[in-house]
Design a protein around this ligand. Structure first.
Ligand code: NAP
Length: 515
């Protein structure tokens, strides 16, 4: 069986026993094994800071942009191999795999373009100069300089390619070396991708390391100039916020966690309209793409009471078309969830929802997947529930990380819709479907404080829309409260985590020369 290695301190190293086994979640067949036990994590951090940090800081933004371009190219030439691995190890259909792998390439390319735009500079201004004295002679200027530490990136299992790439793009462009730690269960894609970056000589020595398994004592060695960026569950986030490095050495911890993303259908949207078609397409895609294992997936669908039965019928018809089975098989639209643990979690989540909701489609998720030996694989079918009580706690309090969503009726009043959405405690994205600008103008200020992103679905943008589940490098990703309070991407905004903002005071001509 293939044995994964970690790339630290400039070399590939293997961990000691015991090893974790990576499997194909459709067949349960073992694919690879990995361990990080015994790896010198303190040494890995020191090497990244000293070698990688120095190498990156000698490069201008434009040159770092070229590093990101080379990384995107390294993925491009290995695309077929990476897609096949995502199908095998992630339970992805080919289309799911493309979403992850092509998303990684697109994000690296977008930050490569940003690097070219920023040009030959090493220091970035933050805002305009400020007159401080009697004349403009004494001025102030905020600047952004790369931190001198390393960035530890801990990623979730659902996006092994994009998760690594989107975090690495912002840190590397900012000038900070990266230690990437993918989730163990789906690490094959991240492993192969990193091997590709190194085979092609895309990244300067020390600027990208890979820990292919548990992080061991790595977090204990984080120091004052290091950064920790985490994507995963709220429970793990809570532990990481409490590590000694964060508490006693002020290491910033950026958290991208759970989110009960919502979709709101406004009363103006007519049956059979383009906006209604977009509403259905987005919700069904989010329920089924990657078997619902997307942090941005719609979990709560808020629908005017007057349209309820018609909307439920629309979902039943569309979900009945979804073929579930071995994602390697043609015609299969939805594969399994990625592990036995995830399957148990999803089943428990459906059970908890069932206490206060009624079944609409898919019962408790039992399914006979096509092309799979009986009893094998971590499959759950699409499940749609109806919450007659719109404020039922489980509906707004538990993220079921699978192909599961709940329809919630409301009066059609935007304030009531926003109040229901806010019960989710802060989210990554909520979508509002309406062609009535009055409805949108009332909903947006109520929803905005609870989200990092709002998606405004309408007839005019429908033909160009990638849906709310697609995270774009130019727009902010992250959300308050339950979503973790983190901020990633959003162009320059995503680089802030890796930069120190410093206020300079001095002669205006000196400041101007610096920036
Ligand atoms: P998880 O169990 O919290 O694991 C996430 C990562 O943390 C994995 O790499 C895991 O490594 C690592 N980890 C676990 N315990 C750790 C510890 N004590 N110290 C250091 N690292 C530790 O989450 P998951 O099950 O992979 O991901 C699902 C969750 O992620 C969902 O709740 C989803 O909403 C959220 N998510 C959020 C976003 C977002 O952008 N907001 C994106 C994707 C997913 P091992 O695999 O080695 O255990």
């Amino acid at each position: 069986m293939q044995r994964l290695m970690s790339f630290v301190s400039g070399e590939w190293v293997e961990g000691n026993e015991p090893r974790s086994v990576l499997v194909n979640p459709a067949t349960e067949e073992p694919l690879a094994e990995t361990s990080t036990a015994g790896i010198d994590m303190a040494g890995a951090l020191a090497y990244a800071r000293e070698r990688g940090g120095k190498a990156l800081r000698t490069l201008s933004f434009a040159e770092r942009g070229k590093v990101l371009r080379a990384m995107a190219n390294a993925i491009h030439v290995r695309r077929e191999e990476l897609l096949a691995l995502a199908v095998q190890n992630g339970g992805n259909t080919r289309s799911d795999a493309k979403f992850d792998v092509d998303g990684a390439m697109a994000t690296l390319s977008a930050y490569a373009d940003l690097g070219a735009e920023l040009g030959e500079r090493h220091l970035l201004p933050d805002g305009e100069g400020i007159q401080l004295g009697r004349t403009a002679r004494l001025s102030g200027q905020h600047v952004l300089a790369p931190k001198r530490g390393a960035a530890l990136h801990i990623n979730a299992f659902n996006f092994p390619a994009w998760g690594l790439a989107e975090k690495a793009a912002t840190a590397l462009l900012a000038g900070v070396p990266v230690i990437a730690k993918p989730a163990t269960s789906t690490a094959l894609v991240a492993y192969r991708m990193t091997r590709g970056f190194l085979e092609d000589g895309a990244v300067p020595d020390g600027s990208l390391s890979l820990v292919a398994g548990p992080p061991g004592d790595l977090l204990e060695h984080l120091d004052r100039q290091d950064v920790l960026a985490f994507t995963g569950s709220s429970q793990t986030a809570m532990k990481l916020r409490g590590v000694d490095a964060a508490l006693s050495r002020s290491v910033p911890v950026n958290v991208e966690a759970d989110s009960l993303n919502a979709s709101v259908l406004a009363p103006d949207v007519a049956a059979g309209s383009e906006t209604e078609a977009l509403f259905f397409a987005d919700a069904v895609r989010d329920m089924t793409q990657k078997a619902g294992q997307k942090c941005t997936a719609i979990r709560r669908i808020i629908v005017p009471e007057a349209r309820l039965s018609e909307v439920l019928a629309g979902f039943e018809e569309r979900l009945a078309d979804v073929t579930v089975g071995d994602p390697a098989r043609e015609g299969v639209r939805m594969g399994p969830v990625t592990s036995a643990d995830q399957l148990a979690e999803v089943r428990a989540g459906i059970e908890a929802l069932a206490e206060t909701t009624e079944p609409v489609f898919g019962g408790a998720g039992a399914i006979e997947p096509v092309g799979v030996d009986q009893g094998k694989g971590y499959f759950v079918g699409p499940v749609l529930r109806l919450a007659r009580d719109p404020r039922a706690a489980a509906v707004h309090g538990r993220e079921v990380f699978g192909p599961v969503a709940t329809v919630i009726p409301y009066s059609g009043d935007p304030d009531e819709a926003a109040e229901l959405v806010a019960l989710g405690g802060g989210g990554l994205v909520t979508s509002v479907y309406s062609d009535d600008r009055g409805f949108v103008a009332r909903a947006v200020p109520e929803l905005a404080p609870h989200h990092g992103r709002l998606y405004l679905g309408s007839a005019k943008m429908a033909s160009q829309s990638p849906g709310p589940g697609t995270v774009l490098p130019t727009l902010l990703h992250g959300g308050p409260g339950r979503a973790g309070g983190g901020q990633e991407l959003g162009g320059l905004r995503g680089m802030r985590l890796y930069q120190q903002c410093t206020a300079l005071q001095g002669d205006k001509s000196v400041l101007n020369a610096l920036v």
